[in-house]
Design a protein around this ligand. Sequence first.
Ligand code: ARG
Length: 466
Amino acid sequence: EGIALWGGRFTSGPSEALARLSKSTQFDWRLADDDIAGSRAHARALGRAGHLSADELERMEDALDELQRQVDSGAFAPQESDEDEATALERGLLAIAGDELGGKLRAGRSRNDQIATLIRMWLRRQARFIAADVLDLVRAIIEQSKAADRAVMPGRTHMQHAQPVLVAHQLMAHAWPLMRDIQRLVDWDARAAFSPYGSGALAGNTLGLDPHAVALELGFSDVTENSIDGTASRDLVAEFSFVAAMLGVDISRLSEEIIIWNTQEFAFVRLDDAYSTGSSIMPQKKNPDIAELARGKAGRLIGDLTGLLATLKGLPTAYARDLQEDKEAVFDQVDTLLVLLPAFTGMVATMQFNFERMEAEAPTGFALATDIAEWLVKQKVPFRHAHELSGECVRVAEERGVELWDLTDEDYVSIFADFLDASVASGVRSVLSTLGSVNSRLGKGGTAYERVVEQMAAAEETVIPL
Ligand code: ARG
């Protein structure tokens, strides 16, 4: 037999169709443990306010312990007719404690303040699991960067060769956004650490309960200041959802890079067998499915966020049933990230670079043209002209089908003739090497080896306390 948490003023039960629409147990049952923890804290608040005697409180706590045991063992599980997790747990409690005692627990609370509290409790715990997994990924990126040492590669803008960079520099460019995502979760947690319990349905409660004690018992730092806000706002759920979507996007951008590097044409990276997949028809195939799934799942994570924002938009500010729709979005995001991250980290940790090929490609495509222009600036040529002269070098090289370092001293003397003495013109060769180019980018955040070593140390300092 099912129970309902309402019905006194109704002459008939809910229609079958309504019950099916209304029901959320199939997805909110995962909040059951947090709900029982909330019920324990609430029972104590009722006891302190004199609504449960010492003996009743003791029996209530025993009953809740027993309920938790039955939930853990599976002896108690939701049934078809339970509208939501709260309804199921009330049924379980009544069966253990009896109607007389069990029926006292709901005083002074509503499923509105309950569910708003539970989603915060659950998300705060998941945020820690996600942050730990992202931290593992960041560590794997730092390890790969350290292992790459002084290796160089083509740096690209618009996907075209731009300037050579250290492989470590390129990899670390993916670590920083991920570190900021972890930081975002930490910041978010401080804002989510306020308990709505005690807000009641919207206006607060009349029973003299102490919501602060409840909040502390449930791991919150304080109580929400406004009971309507406490029960009706979901900006914190949406903010969590944004960070989850952003993580998806950040991982997707690294995925895209790995997919390109792993093509036969690039051949910059080889994925470990344990983290690649084959084809059912083409025996030679080794596919970067983890990176592709990561890229694909980013779309889904974004969809969860936009769906949630659309649900919230235009809601009048107090509880409305629309808010039941907040949960599946973030549940899906958490499930997605917790499956994706370990696989993705394994792929990153085990991928092997073809440093020789990367180095051979690094200076090609006239990637040292900026170095020529900046060398000219150091010879006091105004940058506007230096840019023109370097462009001229590129034009000549391109016409001949050679690279910049294949131009002769006479070429450089004649191209620079209006600005430089013949005796100094060929000095430009000093910057026509990949390492010369990379190591001259000494400004803070630049790709010079010393700067990248500092950068990796700074990243480690950032992640160690996390
Ligand atoms: N299951 C609902 C939710 O997830 C909580 C129940 C509130 N229902 C109500 N009729 N006030 O939001």
